[in-house]
Design a protein. Structure first.
Length: 128
């Protein structure tokens, strides 16, 4: 599982920006990362709550930026307060890409040929 493998490379304060269409597997990837960080929490999409918090080896803050359109919207989520206090994993990073930290790990997820096949492209991390 790629998420679990990625988790083994994390030090506790990364920002992981996820890019991909609806249903591409962003939340599933977060579930794998949380498992790799020994979290026993139920990982669900933060669509309505904006941010879900999970405890594991490090705190995990799982954001959904689908409805974030302005800097004021982003500020109201508390996003800036979470930086450097755990691992931030952000779904719909397209909506805040200009504000992502320069050292953010970017993961682009797209559909493959088969119904359950996904193609992932990574930026900002050397190996997984």
């Amino acid at each position: 599982m790629i998420g679990k493998k990625l988790a083994g490379n994390l030090s506790g304060t990364e920002v992981i920006a996820l890019f991909g269409n609806l249903g591409a597997g962003k939340t599933s990837l977060v579930r794998g990362i949380a498992l790799g960080l020994n979290s026993e929490d139920d990982v669900t999409s933060p669509t309505f709550s904006i941010v879900n918090e999970y405890m594991g080896k490090y705190p995990i803050y799982h954001f959904d930026m689908y409805r974030i359109n302005t800097y004021e919207d982003l500020y109201s989520t508390g996003y800036f307060d979470y930086l450097d206090n755990g691992i931030l994993i952000i779904e719909w990073s397209e909506n805040i890409e200009a504000i992502l930290p320069e050292d953010a790990i970017k993961i682009f997820i797209r559909y493959g040929k088969g119904e359950s096949e996904r193609i992932l492209r990574f930026e900002g991390i050397d190996e997984i």
